[in-house]
Design a protein around this ligand. Sequence first.
Ligand SMILES: [Zn+2]
Length: 267
Amino acid sequence: MVRQDNQNRHLRSLPNNQSMNNLHHDLDDSNLIDKSINEMQDILKMRTELAKLNNSDSRPDQIFINHNFLKEQIGFYQRQFERLVSENWIISKGEIKAISAYTCNRCRTFSSRLIVDPTYDMTMQVKHRCGDIQVNGNKVIIPFEEGVADIDKWATEILLNQINSCIPSLKYLITQDVSNVFDFFAGLMEKDSIRSLLGIPDRVYLYSLENHDKISWIDRGLTNMGEKIELDHFEIRDFLRRVNSTYAIFEIPTGPKLKRVYMRLTD
Ligand SMILES: [Zn+2]
């Protein structure tokens, strides 16, 4: 269960007072879910009442009044319930910091998951299981649309729609040079071991640029490390299309050396 994982994570990794705050927050969330479940039960109860009314031998005008009243009530609770589900089901929207996606050519699906903590949460690629069609509050799985020529472009549009719906404020790029971490371990272990030490691909994807690649938004990111850089819509699409995620480590050839830079979309 995602909620359980989150809770344990807070307890494991934060100082005491912070753990307590998060624990209270989690408890608030579970109250919210309880409330949603109660409301769903109310809807079901009213539907049963409505069905009973339809089969009763009360006066026709009385049935009509009760019928309309119950229908309005059901509509009200249903709207409330939908709002709660869309805003606060497993992760409240305010907590979502990133999205990690994966397109699998084997089972021909696009899947993505909402990320609360990009340094801790697993990427969609690692969580993906071929044939798994179970969707939940923080994960969607969509089969490839028939007849689509460019699946990457199609997947990018879905990812973009998800961002617009869950974290519409993501429109800046922020970069952090992590080359020194690679350089530090370079003489001590194999490249793949360094990568897995840094959580690639379990917690973050790696994207390697070719020598001749010249991309304006990456150049701007490199010359303005640590600063927020505004990206155009087509640049955000380009980012998503390349890495299938809102954050990744980029390997960038700069002369004889490879620069490693953590780049993420932020608000
Ligand atoms: Zn698959």
